[in-house]
Design a protein around this ligand. Structure first.
Ligand code: NAD
Ligand code: GLY
Length: 338
């Protein structure tokens, strides 16, 4: 950061959980590099990724006399990254910011690509923009304190990348899954690096999400519906998209793209992680009704990211509702090997 900025004051935005674990280390390190540091904490939780919290942060920045060239540091998971990035994008028409993602999901997904946002009572991420961080610093050591359920939810996004890229990444994950779950350092380094490379390449091609960036939403159409039906409490995002990816695989199977064994390959790796792969809580019609509210369900037509084969995603519009229903039935009932 000392080489990136001329200013010698940095403002860290974080939450109490992450601040207690890493606030002192990061401020100590910045102070050694000559920065004076302020830590602004916001309460823990997705519900604080809001305009109200952003407004409180603007007030605190104004009271500190924060200026345009002083960097904001987003230290935490995706909630903090999205909120701090949004505040950085809008305070004084944009101040530079750095991402220090501390959850696996944030390391492999939300910290890269520049989507920043807060939620609106009517929906997640409804208010936001594209605003790239000046740098993303990832320290794998932070994963040691991440709750196991959060780690597994992050792995759903890792597995997502392996489904949309045909470069042996899926086989690599299948082979090394036990080591990943044991937080083996060289293996984790490899997977986080590969995910960031995949995401960066997709974002370079379509930063503003007008076309191909949508492939990053594999599993998200059904996943978002499940997340919303669970009131954003029952399922973590990664858990919901785990079910959503299997659902998308069944749709692709119904349409004659994927073979049944490829759907089973989805189920196998996700269930080995301990992620859910069945639609057990909600009915097919509940999911279909909910999906129609999704941004990805364009002008009353369904739009899904589907795989023609593993590693080859396509955007497919207008999947017949009868096909979606059949796929959701399989998602509810099918057992591997039946
Ligand atoms: P999160 O930020 O809520 O973090 C999960 C939990 O882990 C929180 O309780 C957090 O305090 C805690 N935590 C984080 N790092 C920790 C650590 N090292 N040790 C101990 N505890 C730690 O959730 P998340 O899954 O990181 O992010 C979800 C958010 O990311 C959502 O708001 C979602 O909309 C957003 N998101 C954004 C993008 C994007 O492109 N901008 C992509 C995907 C998700
Ligand atoms: N997480 C999806 C995207 O960044 O486009």
């Amino acid at each position: 950061m000392a080489s990136l900025f001329t200013s010698r004051r940095a403002i860290i935005i974080t939450n109490p959980t992450v601040s207690n674990l890493y606030g002192a280390v990061i401020s100590g390190s910045l102070q050694k590099a000559g920065f004076s540091v302020h830590i602004l904490e916001v309460p823990e939780g997705e519900k604080y990724k809001s305009l109200e919290t952003a407004a409180e942060l603007y007030d605190r920045l104004v009271s500190l006399g924060a200026r345009r060239f002083e960097p904001i540091v987003a230290l935490g998971g995706g909630v903090i990254g999205d909120l701090a990035g949004f505040v950085a994008a809008t305070y004084m028409r944009g101040v530079p910011y750095i991402q220090i993602p501390t959850s696996l999901l944030a390391q492999v997904d939300s910290s890269v690509g520049g989507k920043v946002a807060v939620n609106h009572p009517q929906g997640k991420n409804l208010i936001g923009c594209f605003y790239q961080p000046r740098a993303v610093f990832i320290d794998l050591e932070t994963l040691a304190t991440l709750p196991e359920r959060q780690l597994k939810a992050g792995l759903a996004e890792v597995i997502k990348y392996s489904f949309i890229r045909n470069d042996g990444f899926l086989s690599f994950l299948e082979k090394n899954l036990n080591l990943i779950l044991e937080l083996n350092r060289p293996i984790l380094l490899e997977i986080v690096k590969r995910c960031c490379q995949i995401k960066a390449k997709v974002v370079e091609e379509d930063e503003k999400d007008l076309g191909t960036r949508a492939i990053l939403n594999y599993g998200h159409t059904i996943g978002h519906a499940i997340e919303a039906l669970g009131g954003y409490e029952k399922y973590l995002h990664g858990e919901a998209i785990s079910i959503g990816m299997v659902g998308a695989a069944w749709i692709a199977c119904e349409l004659g793209f994927l073979k049944r064994e490829e759907v089973e390959r989805h189920e196998e790796i996700l269930s080995r992680v301990g992620l859910p792969t069945k639609l057990s809580e909600f009915s097919e019609s509940q999911v279909i009704d909910q999906m129609q509210w999704d941004k990805k369900w364009v002008s009353e037509k369904s739009r899904f990211v589907l795989l023609e084969k593993i590693g080859s995603p396509i955007l497919y519009s207008d999947v017949p509702v009868s096909v979606i229903k059949k796929a959701l039935r399989r998602l509810s009932l099918e057992r591997r090997g039946e």
